[in-house]
Design a protein around this ligand. Sequence first.
Ligand code: IPE
Ligand code: IPE
Ligand code: MG
Length: 260
Amino acid sequence: MKDLPETVHPLNNNRLPRHVAIIMDGNGRWAQQRGLLRIKGHVAGVESVRTVVRLARKLGISYLTLFAFSEENWQRPSMEIRALMALLRRYLHRELPEMQENQIALRAIGNLKQLPEAVQRDLAGTIAATAGGETQMVLTLALSYGGRSEIVQAVQTLAQDILAGRLKPEEIDTALFARYLYTADMPDPDLMIRTSGEYRLSNFLLWQSAYTELYVTDTLWPDFREDDFHQALEAYRRRDRRFGLTQEQIEALEASNSRH
Ligand code: IPE
Ligand code: IPE
Ligand code: MG
C-alpha cells in the first residue's frame, strides 16, 4: 500500500463514498417550468438540501460538500443574490438544532469575506455552535466559491511562506500543496453529483476532483430527493475506480486488504 498514490483506497471500492460533493443546479429552470419566479426554485431547492443532508447522515457518509453559490454567481441580478443570501441565513437558523442533535459539523469554503456581513456572522455562529464534541458528518457549504481562485489563494499563501523562509520550493509536492487549499483537512470527494443535466464542473473543486467519480442526472435540484440520491450512490457502487492502475492490480490490492 505504501507505494500507492494517496488517492488509492481500494477498500472503499464499491462501497459508500466517504465524501460526496454536489453541484446543486436547475433551481431556476424548475421555477420557470412552473411559471414561477426563479427564487421559488431556490426555496424548493432548500427542501432538497434538507433531504440530502438527512439521508447522507443516516447512511453514514462522512463528508457532504454542497455547491451553494459560486464566485461567478455574484454576476446574477442583485435581487436574486439578496434572496439567496436571505435563504441561506434562514437555513442556518432553522437547521442548527438538527445539526447539533445529529452531530453534524458545519463548515464553509470559498471567498467568504465577499459575503454580506450578516451572512458571515450567521455562518461563523453556526460553525462555532456545531464544532467541538463528537462529529458524525462534516457538512461543507461552498459559498462564493471558485476552484481557480482557491488555487490562486493557495499559491499566494505558499509564496509568502517561501519569502518568509518557512518553506523551500523543493519541499512543494501535491500533498503539501493540498494543505493550502480550503479543503486542507478533508479527503477528496469520491463522488460528485451534478443535477439538471449539465456536463461541466463550473469551477467546483478543480484540484480535489482529479479522481472523483462524476454522476450527472437530468433531475432538477428541487426534484432531487431520496430516490435520486440512492440512484447516484448505486451508480457509484457499480463503478470501477482504478486511479491509473490496471484492474488486475486493483483486484490484487483488494484481496490483500481483505486478508488484513
Ligand atoms: C442552482 O440553480 C442554484 C445556484 C446557482 C445558486 P440555478 O439558479 O443555476 O438554476 P438554473 O441553472 O438557472 O436552472
Ligand atoms: C453552479 O451552477 C454553481 C452552483 C450550483 C452554486 P451554475 O448554474 O452557476 O453553473 P453554470 O452557469 O451552469 O455553469
Ligand atoms: Mg444553473
